[in-house]
Design a protein. Structure first.
Lengths: 113, 116
């Protein structure tokens, strides 16, 4: 049973471009969580999604950031018009149910030039 | 609200020394989970332990041990006979259902450097 998969592992974008980060949850998991780790900081919760629904987006910046978890396919974290301050590691986690343990992916390191 | 405090931002020890990483947490829930993760220089998160709030038994796994004290809301992590490969950032985390689901809050991490 493969773990949580994230791709790409490293992503470089220029200011103003769009970044798309993908997360494939563990098999049988329908709950996905995104976290951001700014340089020299801990992980901060961004958004919690269940298939086709956003449950809690209280940690998402109000502009330029969006997330989805369609019925088919991976969850996508989308950052429009990236700025240097978006440079961070973005971790995805998944769980079988809302009360179950979260398993973390390897992260995507976004660098904005 | 959930809060996890790791007061030590950086620790340096000489190889073979023992080192304890402190973690203090806050939660209003009576049922919660505590975690420790290791983040080596490569950047991925390595799961070390998960502890249920009802289980206060200390745990030992090889050179690693954890001391859970509910009375002081602490969940400290000790590495015995440290090795250079232990050099990493260590995160303590708390998960409770205050948000209606298992919401995880991380501390800011303790950077451990083991000097040969």
């Amino acid at each position: 049973n493969a773990g949580v998969m994230q791709n790409p592992r490293h992503l470089v974008r220029r200011r103003g471009q769009e970044a798309r980060l993908r997360c494939s949850p563990m098999k049988g998991h329908s709950h996905v969580y995104w976290y951001r780790q700014l340089p020299e900081e801990g992980l901060k919760f961004m958004v919690y999604l269940q298939k086709e629904n956003i449950i809690d987006e209280s940690g998402m910046p109000k502009e330029r950031f969006s997330a989805e978890f369609p019925k088919e396919g991976p969850s996508i974290l989308r950052i429009q018009q990236v700025v240097r301050g978006d440079s961070a590691a973005y971790f995805c986690a998944s769980s079988e149910d809302r009360d179950n343990e979260q398993f973390f992916g390897p992260g995507t390191r976004l660098t904005v030039l | 609200a959930q809060k996890v405090t790791q007061a030590q931002t950086e620790i340096s020890v000489v190889e073979k020394e023992d080192v304890t990483l402190d973690c203090v947490y806050e939660t209003r829930d009576t049922t919660y989970y505590l975690f420790w993760y290791k983040q080596p220089p490569s950047g991925e998160l390595v799961f070390l332990i998960r502890r249920n709030s009802f289980d206060e038994q200390n745990e030992i796994s090889g050179r690693y041990s954890w001391n859970f004290q509910k009375s002081t809301s602490s969940f400290n992590f000790t590495i015995t006979a440290s090795q250079v490969v232990d050099s990493a950032v260590y995160f303590c985390a708390l998960s409770d259902t205050s948000g209606g689901y298992q919401k995880v809050t991380f501390g800011i991490g303790t950077k451990l450097q083991v000097i040969p």
